[in-house]
Design a protein around this ligand. Structure first.
Ligand code: URA
Length: 253
């Protein structure tokens, strides 16, 4: 798919390509070195283990992370569906755990479910979800063959940003999902997801267009705009092409 076809699929009217834009139509397979830097940011350990001095011979406490460690995805989901680790459990209609292929090479991680997702119990099924589906198609993938989930599994009231404490309460589910899916590439959709996965407060605009590995794994991580932001600011859709191009290159590596 060409850039103009991609933009059309994303609902952007393409009138005319300037010469330098045409040159971007087939960017080199190996990204320009000035656009890609070596990863330096890593996700910090966010476990709730109590660290005891070596002299104390008390048994290691069982943490939520420990309790998920041997479980397969369906069993982790079963636990998540009953989760009451934060107050979002009191206002939710459904826990939105995730959907897609367990063998996916590509994993999209959004922020938190919205109204429609909370109603259906599925991620990205509202307007932003339709745009995400277009982005997935533009990558030459099918939605059923990727895995989609969120940092936070329950809808924050009035679609506010999830609180750090809510993200922390859900983090063990997300980590186990990543461990089990073991994708080639993770796409962080938007600021909340990117900042959590990279354990940073750097603004989204500065996080884009850089190469990262997720934590200490060999999983590539690409940061891009959240589809809901692209719906509000359609002029930014063209930039998401560059991010998706990186994803495509990494997937075909
Ligand atoms: N926005 C998100 O971040 N996730 C969804 O599932 C839907 C909208």
């Amino acid at each position: 798919m060409s850039q103009s076809e991609f933009l059309k699929a994303m609902g952007v009217e393409v009138y005319r390509l300037r010469p330098q834009r045409e040159a971007q139509e087939n960017p080199p397979l190996v990204p320009e070195s000035d656009q890609w830097e070596q990863p330096e940011i890593h996700l910090t350990e966010n476990s709730e283990e109590v660290v005891l001095p070596p002299s104390q011979t008390v048994e290691k406490p069982v943490t939520i992370a420990d309790s998920l460690a041997d479980l397969e995805l369906a069993a982790v989901e079963e636990i998540a569906l009953k989760c009451e680790r934060c107050s979002l459990s009191r206002s939710r209609n459904h826990v939105v755990f995730g959907s897609g292929s367990e063998d996916a090479d590509l994993m999209f991680i959004g922020e938190a479910p919205g109204e429609e997702e909370d109603r259906q119990g599925l991620p990205f099924v509202g307007r932003a979800g339709n745009l995400l589906t277009s982005m997935i198609t533009a990558l030459g993938c099918e939605r059923d063959n990727v895995y989609i989930c969120n940092v936070v599994k329950c809808r924050p009231p009035n679609n506010r940003d999830p609180l750090p404490s809510e993200a922390k309460a859900c983090n063990h589910f997300l980590r186990r999902q990543i461990e089990l899916i073991r994708p080639k590439v993770i796409v962080a959709l938007g600021r909340v997801s990117a900042q959590l996965l990279l354990d940073t407060e750097i603004p989204l605009g500065m996080l884009r267009r850089k190469a990262y590995k997720f934590q200490d794994t060999d999983i590539d991580l690409v940061v891009t705009y959240h589809p809901a932001y692209l719906l509000r600011k359609p002029t930014e859709k063209a930039k998401s092409w560059d991010d998706l191009w990186d994803v495509r290159v990494l997937l075909n590596d």
